[in-house]
Ligand binder design. Structure first.
Ligand code: SAJ
Length: 413
């Protein structure tokens, strides 16, 4: 008999909430992470990442005795892989998908897997990864001399689609896709998620499930690129892009997203490249959208520099460093990229404001000053709004009079 119902590999932004919600619904869960400090933190009922209410959920899961963390997997009915899938540079592609973590997590279950077990990939992955997992596991089983035939195991891709900042709500209520290598695998996956998912769980094959996840994020990227391109056109034509979009969106079939300083985070700015890598000739639009969005921070930098040129010793307040509003996550943040460039190019004295963190990211330490919004705005000649954090609504608007304002989010319209 397996010791656990579920063994989750990777206790990050996806694996930790998923493990915890299963545990609070009565499943015996082992959470596995290769970082010992993460394992210790979770076993103490605490968390190592920021997400509203996640601390309460993890504490409840650990206190119930149903969630335990460890650095190595144990036997379980189901294995869920939720590890990162970053880029790696290869000869002809600087942004090829790096499946090293998925491969090593898959191989790590070979010593404990038993016939009839279900292996689920939740990580966002290129098309074909679930099939590769089966090959890696077959290879590892052979290598370590275990007499478990890979045909007796079930494999499925069940991509996670939760939005950082409202993960716990979306984890329960979002529809899910269960894409098995076989119909039986899809059904087993559906039955498992049913214990907490109130959304519809739709069955498909693994390749379609993999592509669906990449498609969702690419759809959003292409639409944000459209908004970002409009913002640059409108600047040239002296039109308020936010007014323009709100007018166009009154059409019943038009829903343009919002322009900003660029697209950040570890999903939307990454996943479209997985489609480009798989079909380089066919992805003209998806690739161009990525380039438009990646170009937007440079447009903002050029604009700040042009305004700063009019001052002898400009003081520049940069409001927001996170990759989107009301979170502390600064990974792949266009705001950080912009501030780094302004500091590197010595455009002026840079005052950075990020109400959700207590310390600057390493790349900015010693180069810019972390200030409160009030302090930064009072001292600045130029105010650059990079993130539309709710907290910035409290800024006294009279302080903005006589300042040069560069509002990349239409916050003060
Ligand atoms: N952004 C804009 N304009 C917009 C919307 C977003 O510039 O109109 C920017 C944000 O400022 C941010 C970036 O895009 O820099 C991404 O933010 P987001 O809130 O759109 O998405 P993420 O990256 O936090 O989460 C996405 C979600 N995918 C979709 O909405 C299709 C989420 O549901 C996925 O689970 C997640 O990626 C993921 O893990 O893949």
């Amino acid at each position: 008999m397996p010791s656990y119902d579920i063994c989750v590999l990777g206790l990050g932004y996806i694996g930790l909430p998923t493990s915890s919600i299963f545990a609070t619904r009565g499943k015996k869960v082992l959470g596995v992470d290769v970082v010992p400090s993460v394992v210790e933190t979770i076993n103490a009922g605490r968390i190592h990442i920021e997400e509203p209410d996640l601390d309460v959920l993890v504490r409840a899961a650990v206190q119930s005795g149903n969630l335990r963390a460890a650095t190595a997997p144990s036997s379980a009915d189901t294995f869920i892989i939720a590890v990162p899938t970053p880029f790696k540079a290869v000869a002809d592609n600087p942004r090829a998908p790096d499946l090293a973590y998925v491969e090593s997590a898959t191989r790590s279950v070979a010593s404990v897997v038993e016939p009839g077990n279900l292996v689920i990939l939740e990580s966002t992955s290129p098309v074909g990864t679930t099939e590769l997992m089966r090959e890696w596991l077959a290879d590892e089983l052979k290598k370590i001399g275990r007499d478990v035939a890979v045909d007796t195991l079930l494999f499925a891709h069940c991509p996670e689609r939760i939005l950082p900042g409202q993960m716990l709500k979306e984890l329960v209520s979002n529809d899910r896709i269960a894409g098995g290598l076989t119909p039986e695998a899809s059904q087993r996956a559906r039955d498992l998620y049913r214990c907490f998912c109130t959304g519809e769980i739709v069955l498909t094959d693994a390749r379609t499930a993999e592509m669906a996840k990449l498609t969702e994020n690419s759809f959003r990227d292409v639409n944000i690129a459209f908004a970002n391109e409009l913002s640059i056109i409108c600047e040239k034509l002296n039109i308020d892009v936010w007014e323009l979009i709100s007018l166009a969106n009154r059409h019943p079939r038009v829903k343009i997203l919002q322009p900003g300083p660029g697209v950040g985070g570890h999903c939307i700015a990454v996943d479209p490249w997985f489609i480009v890598a798989a079909a380089p000739q066919e992805t003209r639009l998806i690739r161009t959208a990525r380039e438009v969005n990646d170009g937007k921070p440079h447009h903002v930098i050029a604009k700040v520099k042009a305004r700063a040129d009019r001052f002898k010793a400009p003081v520049i307040a940069c409001l927001g460093l996170a990759f989107k509003p009301d979170i502390d996550d600064m990974r792949e943040s266009p705001a950080v990229e912009i501030v780094e460039h302004l500091a590197h190019d010595k455009v002026g004295r840079i005052l950075a404001v990020e109400p959700h963190v207590r310390a600057l990211p390493k790349s900015l330490q010693g180069k810019v000053e972390l200030c409160s919004a009030q302090d930064a705005v009072s001292r600045a000649d130029i105010v650059v709004l990079l993130v539309n954090h709710r907290a910035f609504s409290a800024i006294d608007r009279t302080l903005l009079r006589d300042k040069v304002i560069i509002d990349t989010r239409g916050f003060w319209r």
